[in-house]
Design a protein around this ligand. Structure first.
Ligand SMILES: [Zn+2]
Length: 323
């Protein structure tokens, strides 16, 4: 029979999201689990299998109607073997042959990849990157990562670490980073460093809307509140995004000179800062990247939003070569 369905799973530190997808793009069922409800990886893996079985049962789908299961997880993942070396946000997940375990339990094909790679696949196939064969998909949040589509396919690198844009050094003598390097982009534009910068600017400027929105409790500042203040035309908050945009723009200029991409897609919570951030990134790129590739590249926000992870993961399972 024709295999119409695939299941995408977004395995995150807070939630595990599931989506049943028909004909590669229509979400027909969704589930969410709280990651912390499962004390061990064995418990969580059993629950993954139970939830998938339940989705199939409730939707009256036989295993033969499923192209497979795709999983995106934040960490170092060997895509070829479905093997998780380590996860960034869930403890105890070192050296887990997740693909093998789940395909044994469920008797379906299982594909496992890095979370940013699956988001990139989603944006390329159904989001802001549709129709482009060479793109960079940057995600901004606690960490900073990117996926690369080169000549139409995802580039993972020989040991699956390609796209670590957050660890591109932008300062020779910069602060130490937990990757072992120094002056990495993530040390300037990761969530906690944005908040550090915002706290200082708010504390120095008690008339700012940023300061007023948290009633002077600057420890309560989040990137979302800084965005809200910027929307209210708060100068200090706009200054935060201008500075963050400069750092990102400098790193992207290097990438643009190296890869000559057609489009750079920016997603993740921080990208919701919108115009002040994107204006600053574009302005920096137009000044700092080489004129030819800088004039060709579009820099745009991501389109798929919260479903990017599950939709992208399902693409792993639905792609032609896997049928
Ligand atoms: Zn680093």
């Amino acid at each position: 029979m024709t295999r119409l369905y695939s299941i995408g799973i977004d395995l995150g530190g807070t939630n595990v999201k599931f989506a049943l997808i028909k004909n590669s793009k229509k979400v027909v069922d969704k589930r969410v689990l709280a990651t912390k409800d499962y004390k061990t990886k064995e418990e969580l893996i059993s629950q993954l299998a139970l939830t998938v079985s339940d989705i199939l049962r409730v939707n009256k789908i036989k295993r033969s109607g499923l192209t497979g299961l795709g999983i995106g997880a934040a960490g170092l993942v060997d895509f070829n073997r479905g093997f998780i070396h380590s996860l960034t946000n869930i403890k105890g997940w070192d050296n887990v042959p997740l693909g093998k375990i789940l395909s044994g339990k469920l008797k379906v094909k299982v594909f496992v990849d890095n979370d940013v790679n699956v988001v990139t696949l989603g944006e390329h196939k159904y989001g802001a990157g549709r129709g482009f064969d060479n793109l960079v998909c940057l995600t901004l949040g606690t960490g900073v990562g990117a996926g690369l589509i080169l000549n139409g396919s995802l580039y993972r690198g020989p040991s699956f670490t390609a796209g670590e844009v957050g660890h591109i050094p932008i300062n020779v003598r910069g602060p130490k980073c937990n990757c072992g390097g120094r002056g990495c982009l993530e040390r300037y534009v990761g969530n906690r460093y944005i908040i550090q910068m915002a706290k200082k600017l708010a504390a120095d400027n008690k008339q700012s809307k940023m300061y007023k929105l948290v009633e002077g409790k600057v420890n309560k500042l989040t990137p979302k509140i800084v965005s809200e203040a910027a929307r209210l035309k708060d100068k200090a908050a706009i200054q935060v995004w201008q500075k963050i945009g400069q750092y990102i723009g400098v790193a992207l200029s290097g990438l643009i000179n190296l890869l000559n991409p057609e489009i750079i897609i920016i997603g993740g919570g921080v990208s919701l800062a919108g115009k002040p951030l994107f204006d600053s990134i574009r302005k920096t790129v137009s000044k700092r990247a080489m004129p030819n590739p800088a004039s060709k590249v579009k820099i745009v926000p991501a389109k798929l939003g919260e479903d990017a992870g599950v939709i992208g993961a399902s693409i792993l399972a639905a792609s032609e070569k896997n049928k």
